[in-house]
Design a protein around this ligand. Structure first.
Ligand code: KG4
Ligand code: ZN
Length: 355
């Protein structure tokens, strides 16, 4: 089965062709991502209107390139999938409408993919991970620990009560005068910094429910920065190192608590799967490595290009749905908010989902 996947939820315009065989094994035939980082850089964050316009301008060419690199014609496709939420509504409309047009013309099934489900299912494409498994999703917009019990069946075990982890990296970078997106910048600075110089809090550490809170850490960092302003280069590096170490400590503790909660409710998971842009952080990866080793749990971290937003994960989620005959009608609508757990009740084949 060959599926085209389209991703336009935030600031990446992406399209990919993915194959799925009868045994459920996946293969990426093409995976084209165009990031809008430059368009948004001057604003220190994603501007929804600029994002939507940029998607309109390039999506047809990105799709053509994905088809070209896969070496197949549109006739060869068995379905078309697009991320239909959660995300910025302008971009979602662009991607889903394009997928609908293709589905009509090609007379192929359409799948409106939940972007979070696509992140969660990526490890089945890369590593054929079996259910049930635990997902730690940490991106610019989301921070969740999720039990993936089956395709379309997820239980959220923990989440953030305020900022997402990637968002905290971005805000820290902005505060310290570093570029957007902040994660890679903070990580680079942290390598030259002394993590012990500032005493920063570890919010939620040791709490029984596996939730996160980042805003207190952000405030503490701002106060430390104000105390020593104007900041020299070494100050910035030390603040980044302190911030990253605090986040890493919190992640290790919260994920272990999440894994314990998973075991109590669903038995042993086959793996801890990591998804989202924050998984590109080397210190985060090493901490998760140590934490999962302590509780003898497999750690699966897909390559960075598949952890951040991409079309292959959307195509794959579409293929998993089509294999289960769970496709959408043209009445399906994009949703800015679309919690994973709402998928549990949905009957996708007849879902005329409204926002
Ligand atoms: O998954 P993603 O590409 O997009 C969504 O937000 O959906 O994640 C982007 C987020 C940004 O907040 C970015 O700062 C963060 O992931 N990120 C990182 C690193 N690379 C990207 N955070 C920490 N360390 C990194 N190396
Ligand atoms: Zn994402």
């Amino acid at each position: 089965m060959l599926v085209l996947g389209i991703e336009t939820t935030c600031d990446e315009t992406a399209a990919a062709v993915v194959a799925r065989d009868r045994e459920g094994r996946g293969e990426i035939r093409s995976n084209v991502v165009r990031s809008q980082t430059l368009e948004h850089a001057a604003y220190g964050g994603v501007v929804p209107e600029i994002a939507a316009r940029a998607h309109v301008e390039v999506l047809d060419r990105i799709i053509a390139q994905a088809m070209d690199e896969a070496g197949v014609g549109f006739d060869a496709l068995d379905g078309v999938a697009a991320a239909a939420g959660p995300g910025l509504i302008g971009g979602l409309i662009v991607g889903l409408t394009t997928a609908k047009a293709l589905a009509i013309v090609l007379e192929r099934p359409l799948v409106a993919v939940n972007h979070l489900e696509a992140h969660a299912l990526t490890a089945r494409l890369t590593d054929a991970v079996a259910f049930p498994y635990c997902v730690f999703l940490a991106s610019g917009g989301h921070t969740q620990i999720v039990a993936a019990l089956d395709v379309g069946h997820y239980v959220r075990i923990g989440t953030t009560v305020d900022d997402a982890i990637g968002e905290a990296f971005d805000k820290t970078a902005k505060l310290l005068g570093l570029r957007y997106p902040g994660g890679p910048e903070v990580e680079r600075e942290a390598r030259r910094g002394n993590a012990a110089r500032f005493e920063l809090p570890r919010p939620m550490l040791g709490r029984p429910e596996p939730n996160f809170s980042l805003s207190g850490l952000k405030t503490a960092l701002r106060l430390e920065a104000l105390k020593i302003a104007p900041l020299a280069d070494q100050d910035v590096s030390d603040l980044c190192a302190g911030f990253q170490q605090a986040v890493v400590d919190v992640i290790a503790d919260r994920v272990l608590t999440g894994l314990r909660a998973f075991r109590e409710r669903f038995g042993a998971p086959t793996a801890l799967v990591v998804a989202g842009g924050v998984a590109a952080n080397q210190a985060v990866r090493e901490a998760l490595d140590r934490a999962t080793a302590r509780v003898s749990t497999n750690l699966v971290v897909p390559p960075p290009t598949l952890c951040t937003d991409n079309g292959a994960m959307i195509a794959w989620a579409g293929a998993e749905r089509i294999a289960r005959k769970q496709t959408h009608t043209l009445a399906v609508a994009p949703r800015a908010r679309w919690p994973l757990e709402e998928l549990n009740e949905a009957v996708p084949a007849v879902a005329a989902v409204t926002t």
